[in-house]
Design a protein. Structure first.
Length: 403
């Protein structure tokens, strides 16, 4: 499905991780990590159909609602969803993603040139063409040192100023630069808020209380209950923290913001020229398409199971439930754990069985003692070495293999 970009532009049309991780953003957790959900850049879809705004739906939702109906969803259900009094547009999901993509991809040649000059005049930083927080910090230092407004922005004007400074104060030849040595990912570092003894005792108490459920899941999917419990605890504190946002509303906001004008006012610091504007508009359309597909999957899942999509708390990018499933993964991996004929990822038995099914279909087999195989499966759930270390540490503790 694909939005008609010309018409979309003429209207005002992704952690949930418990406690400290939710605040720090250390982990992008759950089965929303690649390669489970391809990015728009990896797998662009051309199937969004445009049939015009849905009558009776206010801006900025009318075009989005019309596209959902054109995709085959029930008109009455779509209308009811978009007329919810709690549905309020939020620019945060799209703004957050665009800033992230801008820092990684926009004018990497200019970023690299700025980094090279900064290094040559004595500032220590990595020359990689990525405008991350470390580079921005060094730029601010340079700007303060030379009486400039310390905004950390990478611009042609900054590059020109660096050229002037470099002509009179070069201290290092660029040929002498050596990239920092590649550090092999740690196999022992964990998120300490999940691996200290006090928290481990709490985790074990929850696990033991629901041991019969985990045993049923083990019998069905041949995946250790200790592993599933570990993931559920690290993702949401075993249901203590599902997220602060309504997942469907976040996805709807991001899908609607395929029209860059809905968030442009919050991006003036980086939307400074026609090239930047084109970059942001293009990526807004791509991420809006991704959000459309996730929103559609969430609505279908909710309505098929007699659930209210507006009730789901989740991450800023729409992950929901104990295991933080992205909607597009639900149909592939979710399972009915209590036999009531429907799947509710906020229901403990269904969540336990769903995480178990995900791991089984990702390649987990029984006890699976091989370390590399264990790690490769968990990595599909979340592509973070520290996350994998933490999951396995807690799982081994619950299985009685660590003190």
């Amino acid at each position: 499905m694909k939005f008609n970009k010309n018409k979309m532009r003429n209207i005002l049309v992704p952690i949930s991780v418990w406690f400290a991780l939710a605040l720090t953003g250390c982990v992008v957790a759950g089965p929303r990590s690649q390669p489970t959900v391809p990015t728009p850049e990896q797998n662009p879809s051309e199937s969004i159909k445009y049939t015009g705004p849905l009558a009776g739906i206010p801006a900025p939702w009318a075009e989005l609602a019309g596209a959902l109906v054109a995709s085959g969803l029930n008109r009455a259900q779509v209308s009811a969803f978009f007329q919810s009094p709690d549905l309020v547009f939020s620019p945060v999901p799209m703004e957050t993603k665009l800033r992230e993509l801008y820092g990684i991809f926009y004018r990497s040649d200019l970023t690299k040139a700025v980094q090279e000059k900064l290094w040559q005049i004595g500032y220590d930083l990595t020359i990689d063409g990525r405008a991350g927080s470390d580079t921005q910090k060094i730029i601010k230092e340079f700007q303060k040192d030379h009486g400039l407004a310390a905004d950390g922005r990478i611009t042609d004007e900054l590059d020109a100023r660096l050229k002037v400074v470099l002509a009179t104060s070069k201290v290092r030849e660029l040929s002498a630069y050596k990239p920092p040595p590649t550090v092999k990912p740690s196999r022992s570092q964990t998120y300490s808020q999940f691996t200290n003894q006090t928290v481990l005792r709490d985790i074990k108490a929850f696990y033991e209380a629901d041991r019969p459920l985990f045993k049923q899941m083990e019998n069905r999917f041949k995946v250790p209950g200790s592993l599933v419990a570990s993931i559920m605890w690290i993702e949401t504190g075993y249901g203590r923290f599902f997220g602060k946002r309504k997942a469907a509303f976040s996805l709807a906001s991001m899908a609607a913001a395929a029209d860059i004008r809905l968030v442009a006012g919050r991006l003036t610091d980086i939307n400074t020229n026609s090239e930047a504007s084109a970059f942001l508009s293009d990526y807004a359309a791509k991420r809006g398409k991704w959000a459309f597909d996730e929103l559609r999957a969430l609505l279908v899942y909710a309505w098929d199971n007699g659930l209210d999509p507006a009730s789901f708390l989740g991450s800023v990018y729409g992950a929901i439930g104990y295991g933080q499933f992205m909607p597009s993964n639900i149909n592939k991996f979710a399972a009915d754990g209590d036999g009531d004929g429907r799947i509710d990822l906020f229901n403990k038995p269904d969540a336990i069985f769903s995480v178990g099914k995900y791991l089984a279909q990702s390649g987990w087999r029984g006890d699976m003692l091989d370390e590399e195989k264990r790690r490769s499966v968990i990595m599909l759930y979340n592509r973070s070495n520290v996350y994998v270390n933490t999951v396995l540490f807690v799982a081994d503790f619950l299985a009685g293999q660590t003190p």
